[in-house]
Design a protein around this ligand. Structure first.
Ligand code: ATP
Ligand code: MG
Length: 262
């Protein structure tokens, strides 16, 4: 039975797996005289998990902020679902951000609200859903998905760091985004919790068929989640391949990066 279900999911993903949902070509961005992005090129296909590796301050978060239109690139092409982000007006950007889930580096929750209230927030405020039954059902489904149904009436302060990360992830997933952007999803977590979050990211890809960009320094997270890995250095992508290909790369920088971090 389970095997059959998996097959259905594969077939559904197969039909449009070549669709490029994020297209980045020759992207450049400077702040004052500091060149941060020099020439970023990236295709994210539907249903794919792409991991971006790079040292601190390389412009990984800046790239993500360009994708959701929070920062404007100086040069280059950047389209999401085939539309140029730079040409979108405020209304179009708002629509776009409903289709893109963004897990912040901090994963901030509202401290004075219970887990349930934190999760209801995007449903009532962003999607403007009024039907309480539908709200309850979606809150419970997504919490169950991250294994935290028991914590529904707790406050964020009653939860561990890993549990808060899960709630943050649930709050992003509850609007069913087609694209997920994860900025350092495992930073600050112990190795066991990090692995759980990485496995959750993989499960979410399977369950919701999301396309994801995962920025991380965590090699285990990369190994677990990546269909494809890109390595970033000095504002450019210097290597691309599967995790196993890159570990054995001829490029010394790429290899040293893997060795240093693993
Ligand atoms: N809004 C901004 N104004 C000016 N400089 C910025 C801005 N945002 C980022 N920068 C600079 O751009 C560079 C890249 O920052 P970014 O946050 O993208 O790095 P990162 O690769 O995500 O690093 P980390 O791994 O530490 O998160 C840094 O030098 C940063 O100071
Ligand atoms: Mg960053």
């Amino acid at each position: 039975m389970e095997q059959q279900q998996d097959k259905t999911i594969d077939q559904a993903t197969d039909t449009n797996k070549d669709e490029v949902v994020v297209y980045i070509k020759g992207l450049k961005k400077s702040f004052g005289d500091k060149d941060v992005l020099n020439n970023i090129n990236l295709d994210l296909k539907r249903g794919e998990n792409v991991v971006v590796l790079g040292k601190s301050g390389q412009g990984k978060s800046v790239t993500i902020q360009c994708i959701v239109g929070l920062l404007k690139p100086d040069e280059g092409e950047l389209t999401v679902f085939g539309e140029s982000v730079a040409d979108m007006d405020d209304k179009e950007l708002k629509q776009l951000r409903i289709r893109i889930g963004f897990l912040f580096q901090s994963g901030a929750l509202y401290d004075s609200m219970t887990v349930r209230e934190n999760l209801e927030f995007p449903l009532t405020r962003v999607l403007k859903i009024k039907d309480q039954q539908e709200i309850n059902q979606r809150v419970e489904e997504v919490l169950d998905g991250v294994g935290l149904l028991d914590a529904i009436d707790k406050l964020p302060s009653d939860l561990s760091g890993g549990m808060r990360k899960r709630v943050g992830l649930a709050r992003t997933l509850i609007v069913k985004p087609e694209i997920m952007l994860y900025d350092e999803p495992t930073t600050g977590l112990d190795p066991i919790t990090s692995r759980e979050i990485s496995e959750l990211i993989l499960n979410m890809q399977k369950k919701y068929k999301t396309s994801s960009i995962i920025i991380t320094h965590d090699m285990e997270c990369a190994k677990i989640t990546a269909d494809r890995v890109v390595v970033m250095n000095e504002g450019e992508y210097v290597a691309e391949g599967s995790f196993d290909e890159l570990v054995k790369s001829d490029n010394e920088f790429v290899r040293s990066f893997f060795n240093e971090k693993s």
